[in-house]
Design a protein around this ligand. Structure first.
Ligand code: NOJ
Length: 511
Protein backbone atom coordinates (compact mmCIF):
# COMPACT_ATOMS: atom_id res chain seq x y z
CA UNK A 1 0.00 0.00 0.00
CA UNK A 2 3.00 2.32 0.00
CA UNK A 3 1.99 3.45 -3.45
CA UNK A 4 -0.94 5.27 -1.84
CA UNK A 5 1.47 7.41 0.12
CA UNK A 6 3.43 8.08 -3.04
CA UNK A 7 0.26 9.02 -4.87
CA UNK A 8 -0.77 11.19 -1.98
CA UNK A 9 2.49 13.10 -2.04
CA UNK A 10 2.35 13.49 -5.77
CA UNK A 11 -1.18 14.90 -5.77
CA UNK A 12 -0.78 17.38 -2.96
CA UNK A 13 -0.34 20.18 -5.44
CA UNK A 14 -2.90 18.92 -7.96
CA UNK A 15 -6.43 20.04 -8.67
CA UNK A 16 -9.67 18.58 -7.38
CA UNK A 17 -10.31 17.04 -10.79
CA UNK A 18 -7.02 15.24 -10.50
CA UNK A 19 -7.98 13.99 -7.02
CA UNK A 20 -11.26 12.75 -8.40
CA UNK A 21 -9.41 10.70 -11.00
CA UNK A 22 -7.21 9.22 -8.30
CA UNK A 23 -10.23 8.26 -6.24
CA UNK A 24 -11.40 6.37 -9.33
CA UNK A 25 -8.03 4.73 -9.74
CA UNK A 26 -7.94 3.54 -6.15
CA UNK A 27 -11.56 2.47 -6.41
CA UNK A 28 -10.66 0.30 -9.38
CA UNK A 29 -7.80 -1.10 -7.34
CA UNK A 30 -10.35 -2.40 -4.85
CA UNK A 31 -10.94 0.32 -2.28
CA UNK A 32 -14.45 1.60 -1.66
CA UNK A 33 -15.20 5.14 -2.85
CA UNK A 34 -15.16 6.38 0.76
CA UNK A 35 -11.84 4.74 1.56
CA UNK A 36 -10.30 5.87 -1.72
CA UNK A 37 -11.33 9.40 -0.81
CA UNK A 38 -9.85 8.94 2.66
CA UNK A 39 -6.56 7.75 1.18
CA UNK A 40 -6.29 10.83 -0.98
CA UNK A 41 -7.44 13.35 1.60
CA UNK A 42 -5.65 11.78 4.58
CA UNK A 43 -8.92 11.49 6.51
CA UNK A 44 -10.14 8.58 8.59
CA UNK A 45 -12.05 6.07 6.44
CA UNK A 46 -15.84 6.16 6.40
CA UNK A 47 -16.25 3.02 8.52
CA UNK A 48 -13.85 4.28 11.22
CA UNK A 49 -15.35 5.02 14.66
CA UNK A 50 -14.18 7.17 17.57
CA UNK A 51 -14.96 6.69 21.24
CA UNK A 52 -13.81 7.19 24.80
CA UNK A 53 -13.43 4.69 27.63
CA UNK A 54 -13.90 4.47 31.41
CA UNK A 55 -14.18 1.64 33.93
CA UNK A 56 -16.66 0.92 36.73
CA UNK A 57 -14.44 1.14 39.82
CA UNK A 58 -12.65 4.19 38.46
CA UNK A 59 -15.79 6.32 38.01
CA UNK A 60 -18.97 4.89 39.55
CA UNK A 61 -18.59 5.28 43.32
CA UNK A 62 -21.75 4.11 45.18
CA UNK A 63 -19.57 1.30 46.43
CA UNK A 64 -22.20 -0.17 48.78
CA UNK A 65 -25.46 1.14 47.34
CA UNK A 66 -28.50 -0.69 46.02
CA UNK A 67 -27.23 -4.15 46.88
CA UNK A 68 -23.70 -3.91 45.50
CA UNK A 69 -21.23 -6.03 47.44
CA UNK A 70 -17.58 -5.33 48.15
CA UNK A 71 -15.08 -6.03 45.38
CA UNK A 72 -11.32 -6.53 45.62
CA UNK A 73 -10.58 -2.82 45.07
CA UNK A 74 -13.10 -1.73 47.72
CA UNK A 75 -11.51 -4.29 49.99
CA UNK A 76 -7.87 -3.39 49.49
CA UNK A 77 -8.57 0.36 49.72
CA UNK A 78 -10.51 -0.12 52.95
CA UNK A 79 -8.25 -2.70 54.60
CA UNK A 80 -4.89 -1.48 53.39
CA UNK A 81 -5.32 2.23 52.59
CA UNK A 82 -1.61 2.89 51.96
CA UNK A 83 -1.87 0.59 48.93
CA UNK A 84 -3.02 3.74 47.07
CA UNK A 85 -1.28 7.14 46.88
CA UNK A 86 -2.79 9.64 49.37
CA UNK A 87 -4.94 6.78 50.70
CA UNK A 88 -7.46 7.57 47.95
CA UNK A 89 -10.25 5.12 47.15
CA UNK A 90 -13.16 4.68 44.76
CA UNK A 91 -15.97 4.92 47.33
CA UNK A 92 -17.39 7.96 45.55
CA UNK A 93 -14.96 8.41 42.64
CA UNK A 94 -16.71 10.54 39.95
CA UNK A 95 -20.10 9.51 41.34
CA UNK A 96 -21.15 8.33 37.89
CA UNK A 97 -23.62 5.94 39.47
CA UNK A 98 -25.74 9.00 40.18
CA UNK A 99 -24.52 11.26 37.40
CA UNK A 100 -24.65 8.94 34.39
CA UNK A 101 -27.09 11.13 32.47
CA UNK A 102 -24.74 14.08 32.81
CA UNK A 103 -21.90 11.86 31.61
CA UNK A 104 -23.84 10.82 28.53
CA UNK A 105 -24.41 14.51 27.82
CA UNK A 106 -20.62 15.02 27.97
CA UNK A 107 -20.14 12.14 25.54
CA UNK A 108 -22.63 13.73 23.22
CA UNK A 109 -20.81 17.05 23.43
CA UNK A 110 -17.58 15.35 22.39
CA UNK A 111 -19.49 13.68 19.58
CA UNK A 112 -18.24 10.12 20.07
CA UNK A 113 -19.63 7.22 18.05
CA UNK A 114 -19.32 4.81 20.98
CA UNK A 115 -18.68 4.68 24.72
CA UNK A 116 -16.57 1.87 26.17
CA UNK A 117 -17.49 1.35 29.84
CA UNK A 118 -17.25 -1.60 32.19
CA UNK A 119 -19.75 -3.43 34.35
CA UNK A 120 -19.15 -4.03 38.03
CA UNK A 121 -19.61 -7.76 38.67
CA UNK A 122 -20.28 -7.17 42.38
CA UNK A 123 -23.10 -4.73 41.52
CA UNK A 124 -24.80 -7.29 39.29
CA UNK A 125 -24.13 -10.57 41.10
CA UNK A 126 -23.16 -9.60 44.66
CA UNK A 127 -22.30 -13.12 45.83
CA UNK A 128 -20.32 -13.77 42.67
CA UNK A 129 -20.86 -17.51 42.41
CA UNK A 130 -22.72 -19.27 39.61
CA UNK A 131 -26.42 -19.58 40.33
CA UNK A 132 -26.51 -16.88 43.02
CA UNK A 133 -29.12 -14.10 42.83
CA UNK A 134 -28.93 -11.34 40.26
CA UNK A 135 -29.26 -7.85 41.79
CA UNK A 136 -32.04 -6.22 39.80
CA UNK A 137 -31.11 -2.69 40.94
CA UNK A 138 -27.58 -3.21 39.66
CA UNK A 139 -28.86 -4.49 36.31
CA UNK A 140 -31.25 -1.53 36.12
CA UNK A 141 -28.38 0.93 36.47
CA UNK A 142 -26.66 -0.51 33.41
CA UNK A 143 -29.93 -0.86 31.47
CA UNK A 144 -30.62 2.82 32.11
CA UNK A 145 -27.12 3.81 31.08
CA UNK A 146 -27.33 1.77 27.88
CA UNK A 147 -30.73 3.24 27.05
CA UNK A 148 -29.49 6.78 27.68
CA UNK A 149 -26.58 6.14 25.32
CA UNK A 150 -28.79 4.72 22.61
CA UNK A 151 -31.27 7.58 22.96
CA UNK A 152 -28.35 9.92 22.30
CA UNK A 153 -27.08 7.99 19.28
CA UNK A 154 -24.04 6.57 21.10
CA UNK A 155 -23.17 2.90 20.76
CA UNK A 156 -22.49 1.06 24.05
CA UNK A 157 -19.33 -1.06 24.09
CA UNK A 158 -19.07 -3.14 27.24
CA UNK A 159 -16.09 -4.50 29.14
CA UNK A 160 -17.33 -7.30 31.37
CA UNK A 161 -14.33 -7.36 33.70
CA UNK A 162 -12.13 -4.36 34.41
CA UNK A 163 -10.30 -5.68 37.51
CA UNK A 164 -13.06 -5.39 40.16
CA UNK A 165 -13.67 -8.99 41.23
CA UNK A 166 -16.36 -9.58 43.88
CA UNK A 167 -14.52 -10.05 47.17
CA UNK A 168 -16.63 -13.16 47.80
CA UNK A 169 -14.85 -14.80 44.84
CA UNK A 170 -11.44 -13.63 46.02
CA UNK A 171 -12.21 -15.38 49.29
CA UNK A 172 -12.57 -18.58 47.25
CA UNK A 173 -9.14 -18.10 45.64
CA UNK A 174 -9.98 -15.57 42.93
CA UNK A 175 -8.32 -16.23 39.58
CA UNK A 176 -6.31 -19.13 41.00
CA UNK A 177 -9.37 -21.30 41.61
CA UNK A 178 -10.56 -22.97 38.37
CA UNK A 179 -14.15 -22.89 39.65
CA UNK A 180 -14.13 -19.21 38.73
CA UNK A 181 -14.50 -20.27 35.07
CA UNK A 182 -18.11 -21.29 35.75
CA UNK A 183 -18.79 -18.27 37.95
CA UNK A 184 -17.52 -15.98 35.19
CA UNK A 185 -19.55 -17.79 32.52
CA UNK A 186 -22.69 -17.37 34.65
CA UNK A 187 -21.95 -13.66 35.01
CA UNK A 188 -21.33 -13.30 31.26
CA UNK A 189 -24.54 -15.16 30.43
CA UNK A 190 -26.48 -12.89 32.78
CA UNK A 191 -25.14 -9.86 30.94
CA UNK A 192 -26.02 -11.26 27.50
CA UNK A 193 -29.53 -12.07 28.73
CA UNK A 194 -30.12 -8.72 30.36
CA UNK A 195 -28.32 -6.35 27.99
CA UNK A 196 -27.57 -8.28 24.80
CA UNK A 197 -30.52 -6.88 22.87
CA UNK A 198 -28.86 -3.46 23.01
CA UNK A 199 -25.15 -4.16 23.48
CA UNK A 200 -23.46 -5.37 20.29
CA UNK A 201 -19.80 -5.21 21.30
CA UNK A 202 -18.56 -7.16 24.28
CA UNK A 203 -15.08 -7.40 25.74
CA UNK A 204 -14.56 -10.23 28.20
CA UNK A 205 -11.51 -8.82 30.01
CA UNK A 206 -9.58 -5.59 30.14
CA UNK A 207 -5.79 -5.99 30.24
CA UNK A 208 -5.67 -9.50 31.69
CA UNK A 209 -1.94 -9.06 32.13
CA UNK A 210 -2.65 -6.47 34.83
CA UNK A 211 -5.14 -8.81 36.50
CA UNK A 212 -2.64 -11.64 36.60
CA UNK A 213 0.76 -9.99 36.81
CA UNK A 214 -0.41 -6.93 38.75
CA UNK A 215 -2.72 -8.95 41.01
CA UNK A 216 -0.69 -12.12 41.57
CA UNK A 217 2.83 -11.46 40.20
CA UNK A 218 4.27 -8.13 41.24
CA UNK A 219 1.39 -7.20 43.53
CA UNK A 220 0.73 -3.65 42.26
CA UNK A 221 -2.96 -4.33 41.75
CA UNK A 222 -5.63 -5.87 43.97
CA UNK A 223 -5.49 -8.43 45.52
CA UNK A 224 -1.80 -7.51 45.77
CA UNK A 225 -0.04 -10.90 45.81
CA UNK A 226 3.66 -11.28 44.95
CA UNK A 227 4.25 -14.67 43.38
CA UNK A 228 5.82 -13.72 40.10
CA UNK A 229 6.80 -16.54 37.77
CA UNK A 230 4.18 -18.83 39.30
CA UNK A 231 0.78 -17.44 40.18
CA UNK A 232 0.76 -14.92 37.33
CA UNK A 233 1.00 -17.88 34.91
CA UNK A 234 -1.62 -19.90 36.81
CA UNK A 235 -4.01 -16.95 36.86
CA UNK A 236 -3.64 -16.46 33.11
CA UNK A 237 -4.24 -20.14 32.44
CA UNK A 238 -7.58 -20.01 34.23
CA UNK A 239 -8.57 -16.59 32.93
CA UNK A 240 -8.05 -17.68 29.31
CA UNK A 241 -10.40 -20.60 29.84
CA UNK A 242 -12.97 -18.27 31.42
CA UNK A 243 -12.66 -15.98 28.40
CA UNK A 244 -13.16 -18.90 26.02
CA UNK A 245 -16.19 -20.17 27.91
CA UNK A 246 -17.82 -16.73 27.83
CA UNK A 247 -17.12 -16.54 24.08
CA UNK A 248 -18.58 -19.99 23.38
CA UNK A 249 -21.63 -19.24 25.52
CA UNK A 250 -22.30 -16.19 23.36
CA UNK A 251 -21.65 -18.15 20.18
CA UNK A 252 -23.88 -21.06 21.06
CA UNK A 253 -26.75 -19.37 22.86
CA UNK A 254 -26.93 -15.69 21.87
CA UNK A 255 -25.12 -14.81 18.67
CA UNK A 256 -27.80 -15.97 16.24
CA UNK A 257 -30.39 -13.75 17.85
CA UNK A 258 -28.32 -10.85 19.14
CA UNK A 259 -25.83 -10.58 16.24
CA UNK A 260 -23.10 -8.95 18.33
CA UNK A 261 -19.36 -9.42 18.45
CA UNK A 262 -17.02 -10.33 21.26
CA UNK A 263 -13.32 -10.13 21.99
CA UNK A 264 -10.76 -9.37 24.70
CA UNK A 265 -8.70 -6.23 25.36
CA UNK A 266 -4.94 -6.70 25.81
CA UNK A 267 -2.30 -4.10 26.47
CA UNK A 268 1.18 -3.82 25.12
CA UNK A 269 4.03 -1.39 24.85
CA UNK A 270 5.92 -1.25 21.55
CA UNK A 271 9.35 -2.90 21.86
CA UNK A 272 11.84 -1.36 19.46
CA UNK A 273 15.12 -3.27 18.95
CA UNK A 274 17.91 -1.26 20.61
CA UNK A 275 20.15 -1.92 17.58
CA UNK A 276 20.11 -3.69 14.22
CA UNK A 277 21.65 -6.80 15.73
CA UNK A 278 19.73 -10.08 15.44
CA UNK A 279 19.95 -10.47 19.19
CA UNK A 280 18.24 -7.14 19.90
CA UNK A 281 15.59 -7.92 17.29
CA UNK A 282 15.02 -11.21 19.08
CA UNK A 283 14.76 -9.36 22.41
CA UNK A 284 12.14 -6.96 21.01
CA UNK A 285 10.06 -9.78 19.54
CA UNK A 286 10.31 -11.69 22.81
CA UNK A 287 9.04 -8.59 24.65
CA UNK A 288 5.96 -8.43 22.43
CA UNK A 289 5.32 -12.16 22.73
CA UNK A 290 5.58 -12.13 26.53
CA UNK A 291 3.39 -9.07 26.88
CA UNK A 292 0.77 -9.33 24.13
CA UNK A 293 1.28 -12.84 22.77
CA UNK A 294 0.85 -14.38 26.23
CA UNK A 295 -2.89 -13.77 25.77
CA UNK A 296 -3.28 -13.14 22.05
CA UNK A 297 -1.47 -16.24 20.82
CA UNK A 298 -3.72 -18.77 22.63
CA UNK A 299 -6.80 -16.85 21.47
CA UNK A 300 -5.81 -16.25 17.85
CA UNK A 301 -3.15 -18.78 16.83
CA UNK A 302 -3.56 -21.45 19.54
CA UNK A 303 -1.44 -22.11 22.67
CA UNK A 304 1.13 -19.84 24.36
CA UNK A 305 3.86 -18.33 22.18
CA UNK A 306 6.57 -20.93 21.53
CA UNK A 307 9.23 -18.63 22.98
CA UNK A 308 7.36 -18.53 26.32
CA UNK A 309 6.90 -22.29 26.35
CA UNK A 310 10.57 -22.94 25.54
CA UNK A 311 12.05 -20.45 27.95
CA UNK A 312 9.81 -21.14 30.93
CA UNK A 313 9.99 -24.92 30.49
CA UNK A 314 13.77 -24.76 30.30
CA UNK A 315 14.25 -22.43 33.25
CA UNK A 316 11.72 -24.36 35.37
CA UNK A 317 13.60 -27.63 34.74
CA UNK A 318 16.95 -26.02 35.59
CA UNK A 319 15.38 -24.65 38.79
CA UNK A 320 14.31 -28.14 39.86
CA UNK A 321 10.58 -27.89 39.22
CA UNK A 322 8.99 -31.25 38.37
CA UNK A 323 6.65 -29.52 35.92
CA UNK A 324 6.97 -26.26 34.05
CA UNK A 325 5.85 -23.12 35.87
CA UNK A 326 3.94 -22.32 32.68
CA UNK A 327 0.91 -24.65 32.85
CA UNK A 328 0.13 -26.85 29.81
CA UNK A 329 -3.09 -26.76 27.82
CA UNK A 330 -4.44 -30.10 26.56
CA UNK A 331 -5.03 -30.36 22.81
CA UNK A 332 -8.77 -29.94 23.40
CA UNK A 333 -8.18 -26.83 25.47
CA UNK A 334 -5.96 -25.35 22.77
CA UNK A 335 -8.75 -25.87 20.24
CA UNK A 336 -11.40 -24.58 22.67
CA UNK A 337 -9.55 -21.29 23.22
CA UNK A 338 -8.28 -20.80 19.67
CA UNK A 339 -10.49 -18.53 17.55
CA UNK A 340 -12.45 -17.03 20.45
CA UNK A 341 -12.36 -13.49 19.11
CA UNK A 342 -14.32 -11.47 16.58
CA UNK A 343 -11.81 -8.60 16.70
CA UNK A 344 -8.39 -8.05 18.26
CA UNK A 345 -8.17 -5.13 20.69
CA UNK A 346 -5.16 -3.29 22.04
CA UNK A 347 -4.55 -0.66 24.71
CA UNK A 348 -1.45 1.28 23.75
CA UNK A 349 0.25 3.95 25.86
CA UNK A 350 4.01 3.91 25.31
CA UNK A 351 7.09 2.19 23.89
CA UNK A 352 10.58 1.16 24.88
CA UNK A 353 13.89 -0.03 23.48
CA UNK A 354 14.59 -3.73 23.99
CA UNK A 355 18.09 -5.14 24.27
CA UNK A 356 19.36 -8.71 24.44
CA UNK A 357 21.17 -9.54 27.72
CA UNK A 358 23.03 -12.51 29.21
CA UNK A 359 20.81 -15.14 30.81
CA UNK A 360 19.48 -14.10 34.24
CA UNK A 361 20.57 -15.86 37.44
CA UNK A 362 18.94 -19.28 37.25
CA UNK A 363 17.84 -19.05 40.87
CA UNK A 364 15.63 -16.09 40.12
CA UNK A 365 12.04 -17.27 39.66
CA UNK A 366 10.16 -14.41 38.02
CA UNK A 367 8.33 -13.36 34.90
CA UNK A 368 11.05 -10.77 34.29
CA UNK A 369 13.82 -13.38 34.34
CA UNK A 370 11.78 -15.64 32.10
CA UNK A 371 11.50 -12.72 29.69
CA UNK A 372 15.10 -11.63 30.26
CA UNK A 373 15.52 -8.49 28.17
CA UNK A 374 16.73 -5.02 29.05
CA UNK A 375 14.21 -2.24 28.43
CA UNK A 376 15.04 1.45 28.44
CA UNK A 377 13.85 4.66 26.78
CA UNK A 378 15.61 6.98 24.38
CA UNK A 379 16.78 10.21 26.05
CA UNK A 380 15.11 12.15 23.23
CA UNK A 381 11.65 10.70 23.77
CA UNK A 382 9.36 13.19 25.46
CA UNK A 383 8.21 12.74 29.05
CA UNK A 384 4.70 12.81 30.39
CA UNK A 385 4.12 13.81 34.03
CA UNK A 386 5.26 10.46 35.40
CA UNK A 387 8.81 10.51 33.97
CA UNK A 388 8.80 6.76 33.31
CA UNK A 389 5.99 7.17 30.80
CA UNK A 390 7.49 8.33 27.51
CA UNK A 391 5.57 9.60 24.51
CA UNK A 392 6.23 7.16 21.66
CA UNK A 393 3.46 7.74 19.09
CA UNK A 394 5.13 5.92 16.18
CA UNK A 395 5.04 2.81 18.38
CA UNK A 396 1.29 2.66 17.88
CA UNK A 397 1.61 2.34 14.11
CA UNK A 398 4.33 -0.29 14.53
CA UNK A 399 2.21 -2.17 17.06
CA UNK A 400 -0.81 -2.47 14.78
CA UNK A 401 1.44 -3.50 11.89
CA UNK A 402 2.97 -6.19 14.11
CA UNK A 403 -0.53 -7.37 15.15
CA UNK A 404 -1.56 -7.56 11.51
CA UNK A 405 1.47 -9.69 10.63
CA UNK A 406 1.44 -11.89 13.73
CA UNK A 407 -2.30 -12.56 13.89
CA UNK A 408 -3.30 -12.86 10.24
CA UNK A 409 -4.66 -9.41 9.52
CA UNK A 410 -7.57 -9.24 11.98
CA UNK A 411 -9.95 -6.35 12.51
CA UNK A 412 -8.21 -4.26 15.19
CA UNK A 413 -9.75 -1.92 17.78
CA UNK A 414 -7.63 0.58 19.69
CA UNK A 415 -9.50 0.31 22.97
CA UNK A 416 -7.35 2.75 24.99
CA UNK A 417 -4.74 5.43 24.39
CA UNK A 418 -4.24 8.37 26.70
CA UNK A 419 -2.03 10.88 28.43
CA UNK A 420 -1.56 11.49 32.17
CA UNK A 421 -0.89 14.86 33.78
CA UNK A 422 -1.46 16.50 37.15
CA UNK A 423 -4.28 18.85 36.14
CA UNK A 424 -5.13 21.99 34.19
CA UNK A 425 -7.81 22.82 31.65
CA UNK A 426 -5.49 23.98 28.85
CA UNK A 427 -4.11 20.47 28.26
CA UNK A 428 -2.08 21.14 25.12
CA UNK A 429 0.26 18.23 25.74
CA UNK A 430 -2.69 15.83 25.82
CA UNK A 431 -3.88 17.27 22.51
CA UNK A 432 -0.40 16.76 21.09
CA UNK A 433 -0.35 13.18 22.43
CA UNK A 434 -3.70 12.31 20.84
CA UNK A 435 -2.85 13.98 17.57
CA UNK A 436 0.50 12.23 17.18
CA UNK A 437 -0.95 8.82 18.05
CA UNK A 438 -3.93 9.19 15.74
CA UNK A 439 -1.57 10.36 13.03
CA UNK A 440 0.58 7.25 13.39
CA UNK A 441 -2.58 5.16 13.28
CA UNK A 442 -3.83 6.93 10.18
CA UNK A 443 -0.57 6.15 8.40
CA UNK A 444 -0.88 2.49 9.34
CA UNK A 445 -4.43 2.43 7.99
CA UNK A 446 -3.95 4.45 4.80
CA UNK A 447 -0.38 3.53 3.86
CA UNK A 448 0.03 0.01 5.20
CA UNK A 449 -3.58 -1.16 4.90
CA UNK A 450 -3.88 -2.25 8.54
CA UNK A 451 -7.52 -2.99 9.34
CA UNK A 452 -8.02 -0.72 12.36
CA UNK A 453 -11.65 0.36 12.66
CA UNK A 454 -11.91 2.01 16.11
CA UNK A 455 -9.95 4.44 18.23
CA UNK A 456 -10.76 4.91 21.92
CA UNK A 457 -9.33 7.74 24.00
CA UNK A 458 -8.68 7.13 27.69
CA UNK A 459 -10.50 8.80 29.32
CA UNK A 460 -13.78 10.70 29.37
CA UNK A 461 -12.93 12.36 32.70
CA UNK A 462 -10.31 12.35 35.44
CA UNK A 463 -10.87 9.31 37.63
CA UNK A 464 -9.42 6.87 40.16
CA UNK A 465 -6.10 5.83 38.62
CA UNK A 466 -5.65 2.63 40.66
CA UNK A 467 -2.53 2.72 42.87
CA UNK A 468 -1.95 6.36 41.87
CA UNK A 469 -5.36 7.40 43.19
CA UNK A 470 -6.49 10.81 41.92
CA UNK A 471 -2.93 12.13 41.60
CA UNK A 472 -2.68 11.39 37.87
CA UNK A 473 -5.33 12.65 35.49
CA UNK A 474 -6.23 11.25 32.08
CA UNK A 475 -9.57 12.97 31.44
CA UNK A 476 -10.89 15.24 28.72
CA UNK A 477 -13.10 16.58 31.50
CA UNK A 478 -11.68 17.68 34.81
CA UNK A 479 -13.54 16.50 37.92
CA UNK A 480 -13.39 18.41 41.21
CA UNK A 481 -12.92 15.61 43.74
CA UNK A 482 -13.10 18.09 46.65
CA UNK A 483 -16.66 19.06 45.78
CA UNK A 484 -19.35 16.57 46.93
CA UNK A 485 -21.19 17.16 43.65
CA UNK A 486 -18.10 16.18 41.60
CA UNK A 487 -18.62 18.89 38.93
CA UNK A 488 -17.09 18.18 35.49
CA UNK A 489 -15.38 20.92 33.45
CA UNK A 490 -14.24 20.46 29.84
CA UNK A 491 -10.54 20.68 29.04
CA UNK A 492 -9.19 21.93 25.71
CA UNK A 493 -8.71 18.29 24.58
CA UNK A 494 -12.50 17.72 24.60
CA UNK A 495 -12.95 20.40 21.95
CA UNK A 496 -9.96 19.08 19.99
CA UNK A 497 -11.32 15.53 19.93
CA UNK A 498 -14.72 16.84 18.89
CA UNK A 499 -13.07 18.62 15.97
CA UNK A 500 -11.28 15.44 14.87
CA UNK A 501 -14.48 13.42 15.07
CA UNK A 502 -16.49 16.02 13.21
CA UNK A 503 -13.97 16.56 10.42
CA UNK A 504 -12.50 13.00 10.48
CA UNK A 505 -9.26 14.82 9.98
CA UNK A 506 -6.19 15.67 12.07
CA UNK A 507 -5.26 19.33 11.86
CA UNK A 508 -2.03 19.73 9.80
CA UNK A 509 -2.33 16.19 8.50
CA UNK A 510 -5.33 16.09 6.19
CA UNK A 511 -6.06 18.55 3.44
C1 NOJ B 1 -5.19 0.94 31.38
C2 NOJ B 1 -6.39 0.60 32.19
O1 NOJ B 1 -7.27 -0.19 31.45
C3 NOJ B 1 -7.09 1.78 32.80
O2 NOJ B 1 -7.93 1.31 33.81
C4 NOJ B 1 -6.07 2.78 33.31
O3 NOJ B 1 -6.66 3.82 34.01
C5 NOJ B 1 -5.28 3.29 32.13
N1 NOJ B 1 -4.58 2.20 31.51
C6 NOJ B 1 -4.26 4.36 32.49
O4 NOJ B 1 -3.28 3.82 33.31
Amino acid sequence: MHYIKFLHLSVLQQTDTMNYKLVWLLYLYGLTFENANAAINRTFPANFKFGVATASYQIEGAWNEDGKSENIWDHICHENPTFVVNQDNGDIACDSYHKYKEDVALLKDIGVDFYRFSISWSRVIPEGVAGSPVNQLGIDYYKNLVQELIDNGIEPMVTMYHWDLPEALQDLGGWLNPEIIDHYAYYAKTLYEELGDSVKHWMTFNEPKQTCMGGYGDGNMAPGYNFTGLEDYQCTHILLKAHAKAYHTYDEEFRAEQQGSIGIVMDTAWFEPASDSDQDKEAAERGLQFMYGWFANPIVNGNYPQVMIDRIDERSAAQGYAVSRLPKFTDEEIEYIKGTHDFVAVNYYSGTYAQWIEEADINDVSYNSDLNILVFPDDDWEDTEPPWFKIVPWGLGKTVNWIRKTYNNPEIFITENGYPDVGGLQDDKRIYFYKEHMSSLLEAILDDGVNVTRYTAWSLMDNFEWGLGYSKKYGMYSVDFEDPDRPRTPKASAAYYNQVITTRCLVDVCE
